[in-house]
Write a protein that binds this ligand. Structure first.
Ligand code: AMP
Length: 193
């Protein structure tokens, strides 16, 4: 199996690139942000709990997030691998993912980190708000909070996998196809050797 973590700040292009990568490598895309938005749309108990947290740009507690991710992974056992997008976002989530994968004798293959400057992030998210309808994209203060949370809670995830020799940093600016080519080259040189 190939288990990729697509990592980077909000608005770094993880969702866009994941959609292209799943086609090329035949993997299952799991975005915890999308899973939460589905729960919110369907007004489930989990969605109701998560909504106010997400709207403020904070992180949903690990226990809730990990439980939701585990359900999704366990519901899709017959796949060639996963692309995790927006997960893990804290070190305890890394540990939970390692535990979950190891139950099937699997592990994280690579963490691919998209590097994008803050100014570009704010511009991209404000533009995305015009079509996404996402409250957390529409307000500059909330975007800045998401970036703060990313730096304090989520960057340690990249360091966690770096210590295991699994983090690869990729320049995340340029055209969608350019970034896709950079990511594909890194994946190919890891899985083909
Ligand atoms: P995203 O679509 O990945 O930008 O996620 C949108 C929001 O969902 C985030 O700002 C968090 O509030 C929440 N969220 C998504 N993934 C996670 C996660 N792994 N841990 C905690 N909260 C998350």
């Amino acid at each position: 199996m190939v288990n990729l973590i697509l990592f980077g700040p909000p608005g770094s292009g993880k969702g866009t690139q994941a959609a292209k990568l799943v086609e090329k490598y035949n993997l299952l895309h799991i975005s915890t942000g999308d899973l939460f938005r589905y729960e919110i749309k369907n007004k489930t108990e989990l969605g109701l709990k998560a909504k106010s947290i997400i709207d403020k740009g904070e992180l949903v507690p690990d226990e809730i997030t990990v439980g939701m991710l585990r359900n999704k992974v366990e519901a899709n056992p017959d796949v060639e691998g996963y692309i995790f997008d927006g997960f893990p976002r804290t070190v305890p989530q890394c540990e939970a993912l390692n535990q979950l994968l190891s139950e099937n004798s699997e592990e994280v293959t690579l963490l691919l980190e998209l590097e994008v400057e803050d100014e570009e992030i704010v511009n991209r998210l404000l533009l995305r708000a015009e079509t996404s309808g996402r409250a957390d994209d529409a307000n500059e203060d909330i975007i800045k909070n998401r970036l703060e949370v990313y730096k304090s809670e989520t960057i340690p995830v990249s360091d966690f996998y770096d210590k295991l020799g699994k983090t690869i940093r990729v320049h995340g600016q340029g055209s969608i196809d350019q970034v896709f080519e950079r990511l594909s080259n890194e994946i190919d040189s890891t899985i083909l050797c």
